[in-house]
Design a binder for this molecule. Structure first.
Ligand SMILES: [Zn+2]
Length: 307
């Protein structure tokens, strides 16, 4: 299948999933004409072909009805292969005690809203035209050796849009009605508080027959990949004798006194301070001899030496 066509089909499936609640495994209701087409054009195995068409993660189960089988049998020898092949498929239960035509049977199964979320596969153009008027019915058909998924009809798109607008601009009475409908199902035992706490989106979706998302949690790794981590080294238990050794060293290190290296600037400062101190005490010469001489200017040295 061409990439462009595939992405087109994927979009159609997404439309029915988001607007009408279609979920995997998708179910395909086939009629006799479609089974015949599959056999003539050797689109086998059929479920694989349909899986590729719907971009599904698993082969979709195929269904017929007893009325469809009866019609194939009536068609005689030309459709005997199709009858045999259709006989191997699952049978969707219809409520016809007396066999009706395949078209009527499929239309009655689909009803007004397609509650079973069937994809309908048929080569009957009249049936396809009728199905386009029902909201939420995706239609599959074959053209030679290719399968196609019909684009949603104008009516279906309009219905989805109106439905969405209805949900957006819902009155209080409608909201309460939906709340009641939704709570009648699984939450019969739940208290009123719990019912009120449920988010409105889920209530609305349930009331409209849209299945909730699967409740299965995705399995995720709980920590870092153990294969990508270094093994932890077991800590060696230090013996008491060893324990004392490094400790004593540490103390010795701490006791070591570091001599501070004096910069020139620092020594100058100390020198002036010392000079001031000596001058105040009257022992100027001592200061001169000890400290000041090495840094003294020539002129000042002369002054002092003349003393
Ligand atoms: Zn039937």
């Amino acid at each position: 299948m061409r990439v462009k066509r595939r992405s087109k089909h994927r979009k159609v499936v997404k439309f029915y999933a988001s607007c009408f609640g279609f979920r995997e495994p998708y179910r395909v209701l086939v009629d006799g004409t479609f089974v015949h087409h599959l056999l003539v054009h050797r689109l086998l195995p059929a479920d694989d072909a349909l899986q590729a068409l719907l971009s599904a993660s698993r082969p979709p189960p195929l269904f017929t009805t007893k009325c469809v089988l009866a019609e194939l049998r009536r068609l005689g020898k030309s459709h005997s292969d199709a009858f045999d092949a259709a006989g191997l498929l699952a049978t969707a239960k219809c409520e016809h005690d007396k066999v009706v035509s395949a078209v009527d049977c499929i239309l009655s199964l689909i009803g007004e809203r397609n509650p079973e979320h069937f994809f309908v596969a048929t080569q009957d153009s009249d049936l396809r035209a009728k199905l386009r008027e029902v909201p939420g019915v995706p239609v599959i058909y074959g053209l030679k050796s290719s399968l196609f998924l019909e684009q949603p009809s104008v009516q279906q798109r309009k219905f989805a849009q109106l439905d969405e607008e209805k949900r957006l601009h819902m009155g209080k009475s409608e909201y309460l009605k939906l709340l009641k409908v939704a709570s009648e199902g699984n939450t019969e035992n739940a208290s009123d508080d719990e019912k009120n706490k449920r988010p409105i989106s889920s209530l609305v979706q349930n009331a409209l027959g849209v299945a909730e998302k699967s409740k299965f949690k995705k399995k995720r790794p709980k920590g870092p990949n153990p294969l990508s981590c270094k093994k932890k080294k077991p800590k060696p238990q230090p013996s008491p004798a060893q324990n004392q050794g490094p400790k004593a060293d540490g103390e010795a290190k701490r006791k070591r006194v570091r001599k501070r290296k004096r910069s020139y600037k620092d020594s100058k400062q100390t020198e002036t301070l010392l000079m001031q101190h000596c001058l105040s005490n009257g022992s100027y010469g001592a200061a001169y001899n000890v400290v000041w001489l090495p840094f003294a200017q020539e002129s000042t040295k002369d002054v002092f030496s003349s003393q």
